[in-house]
Structures are given as C-alpha cells and as structure tokens.
Design a protein around this ligand. Structure first.
Ligand code: HEC
Length: 183
C-alpha cells in the first residue's frame, strides 16, 4: 500500500492540484480565438496598410483602426470588424492607389480574423434575446377561462383581434401590448 508519507508522492499530488487550478485559468485567458496570433499578424498588417488613413486624426469612413490593439478589442466591436473583413476580402481596402499587401498577407490576416469573428458569432448564436412580459393572447385567454371554469364561454371573442406580429405569430411580446379597449 503506497503511503502519502512518501515525499515524492506528496509532491506529485501537490503539483497535480496546482495544475488543475492553473489550467482553466490559462484557457480562460485565450478566450478570444486568435488572441495569440493577433499581435503578429493583424496588428502589423493594419499598421502597414491601414492606419495611414484610419487613425485618430484621419478617420476615413469614420474608422479609427489604431483603437484596436488586442484581439479582445476587436471581438468587443466585431460588427465593425465584419466590415473590415468584407473590405479586405473584396480587395476594396486598402484603396487601389495605396500600398497593397500580398495575397499571402491578406489571406493570413483574413484567416485569423475569420476565426475570431466565427467564435464571437457563435457566442451569441441561439440567443433569442430577452423574453418580454406579455398578456395572454385572446385564444390563450379563452382557453384559460375554459380550463378554470369548465365552461367554454370564449369571453375574448368580444375583445379586439390580436395584432399579428411581423413573424406571423400572435403570441409575441412585442405585439401583445395592452390597449385601453382591453380594460
Ligand atoms: C489611402 C487611404 C486608405 C487606406 C490606406 C485604407 N483606407 Fe479604408 N477607407 C478609406 C476611405 C477614403 C474610406 C471611405 C470610403 C467611403 O466611405 O466610400 C475608407 C473606408 C473603409 C471602411 C468602411 C468603413 C465603414 O465601416 O463603412 C473600412 C472597413 C476600411 N476602410 C478598412 C480599411 C482597411 C482594413 C485598410 C487596410 C487594409 C484600409 N481601410 C486602408 C481610405 C483608406
């Protein structure tokens, strides 16, 4: 039976727990994908080919690209960077009369940015947004009265017709507002 009195074993156990504790921390730091490669790829690219026109003084297209010094900053503003990706992909930026990156440089930067964007998009995917409080729809109100009283008197049939929302559902929170007629 191995004993915990064995110093080597004790040391191993100590290191093991330390590793368990540190590992999630270091994964967390790399939360934003491409965070490590960002300073070596995207930053120099932007510096060389973009900031001449997109800096805090010359903000062509209202875009100051010197603000984004980390992958996290890009991730936080990824809607704007979707434009950057589009313009660089379509080779509209840098403009034709400016210094042009090579195809390899373009591809490398688009690779890093693409992964970063995909990850940000996934974070919000499947999020339906907040659920608004709403009143019952007329049909739900009828059913509730029937279930509570056992009598199908359909009181809501005399209510104003439920507005249909743009999606075609009659039970969305945005559409089911209270109007004075319903009091
Ligand atoms: C020589 C100057 C110049 C350089 C260099 C340049 N741009 Fe631009 N950029 C412009 C101008 C001018 C506009 C505004 C064009 C317009 O509104 O029609 C613009 C607009 C844009 C826009 C659109 C802004 C928006 O959100 O609608 C993006 C994105 C952009 N540039 C990205 C870049 C990137 C990325 C680089 C570097 C790879 C770059 N630009 C390099 C001059 C430049």
């Amino acid at each position: 039976m191995p004993s915990f009195a064995d110093p080597a074993r004790r040391q191993f156990v100590a290191w093991f727990f330390l590793a368990c504790w540190i590992m999630p921390l270091s994964f967390h730091e790399r939360d934003v994908f491409g965070a490590e490669s960002f300073p070596e790829t995207v930053l120099p690219f932007v510096k060389t080919y973009c900031v001449e026109c997109h800096n805090s003084k010359t903000t062509e297209g209202q875009l100051d690209l010197t603000k984004y010094t980390t992958a996290e900053a890009v991730a936080a503003d990824y809607r704007k960077w979707e434009h950057v990706v589009t313009f660089v992909t379509k080779e509209e930026m840098p403009p034709p009369d400016a210094k042009q990156p090579t195809q390899a440089e373009r591809a490398e930067v688009l690779g890093v940015l693409g992964k970063l964007m995909l990850q940000e998009a996934r974070k919000t995917a499947g999020d339906p947004g907040g659920v608004l409080p709403r009143r019952l729809s007329n049909a739900e109100y009828n059913n509730a009265i029937r279930d509570l009283t056992g009598v199908d008197i359909r009181p809501a049939d005399s209510f104003p017709i439920d507005p249909a929302s743009g999606e075609g559902f009659s039970n969305t929170g945005e559409a089911l507002v209270m109007s004075p007629n319903l009091f």
